[in-house]
Ligand binder design. Sequence first.
Ligand code: PLP
Length: 407
Amino acid sequence: MILKAQSTNMVIMKSSMDLADDVLCAIKRAIGEKTGFIPLHEPSFIGNEWRYVKDCIDSTFVSSVGAYVDRFEIDLAKKVGSKHAIAVVNGTAALHVGLLLSGVKEGDEVLVPALTFVATGNAVRYCSAIPHFVDSCEDTLGINVDKLRVYLSKNTFMVNSQCVNKSTGRVIRAIIPMHTFGHPVDIEGVMKVANEFGIAVVEDAAESLGSAFKGQSTGTFGTVGIFSFNGNKIITTGGGGAIVTNDSEIAKKAKHITTTAKLPHAWEYSHDMVGFNYRMPNINAALGCAQLENLDLFIESKRSLYSRLFFEFSGISGIRLMTEPKNCKSNYWLQTILLDPSHVHERDAILAHSNNLGFMARPAWNLLSNLEIFSNCPTMDLSEARSLEKRIINIPSSANLKQATVG
Ligand SMILES: *Cc1c(COP(=O)(O)O)cnc(C)c1O
């Protein structure tokens, strides 16, 4: 008996190791021989970064408000096709303000995918509102729209055009669709459900700058959308974020509330509400202007890396590479391996093998609903998110891994 158990165990260990080795060899073939540790994602500074930052320092206007902030906002709005963009200190601050300006108040509930970065849930809590977790869908890694519609139909009722949670009595005020690793969620479906139930949409497009759904940029579908320009995102301002909107009134308020709610005056300090110091400094915007000039090039590199990975992975059974959803263009911010459900037990072997040999690989985030800080929040059935949580592996994805055009 013991011998038999041991040998079964050995077989499992061997097959895990085989898959891990196949995956690593495929990554190596796609990326080419590299020396040193390959991070998951690193920025590329191959354009006007030095020039603009130096110019900013020479001008002494390094802090909030300055010519580069204006320019970055104009360039960003143009790039994504929104009327307005408001640059802020980071994506989390953008989410916070986006939620406030969408009417989220203390005691409201906000629908949040369980499978997202913690910032999405934190921003809801900054408004003293309560995240209400929703399930994912394997095709997009984002919100499962069909399941959400059925859930809301069963578990909410409408009062004065507001959607009320039957079991908590709280208003469900907003939903935050997130475009996971750059892949657009079914945003058309999310918009439909949100409109049916009178729920505001705040798009968390932190990871999906340059991605599009049916030709329209992610971030521009909801009442407001947000982007992040943290060091690990597709373009970076060091730290930074932005709110985009087509609503001029919201744009005006966003500028106001992120600039300590100071009333315009040549010398007087007058503030008409408790505002935030959330505006992006000029020196960060200078970096951002240069990065934005190369966004298309970064996306091209990432799409080409995807193609090579797809080719290399096609012969390996038990895994697949995440491909952009139908009718979508993805920026392929982070390349994603999805293990078949029957191979979940091999995830850790793949992670260990890859990291040990200098190719950084990471699992998905812990579902927010599993974190102690959100343990009392309402949730729907999360079976697909739970499955995805165990099956996702992100692998090196930097734009500079495509040597032919970048670097
Ligand atoms: C990065 C990220 C944020 C937060 O952006 P920061 O600029 O780091 O504050 C929010 N949501 C998602 C999904 C992200 O990936």
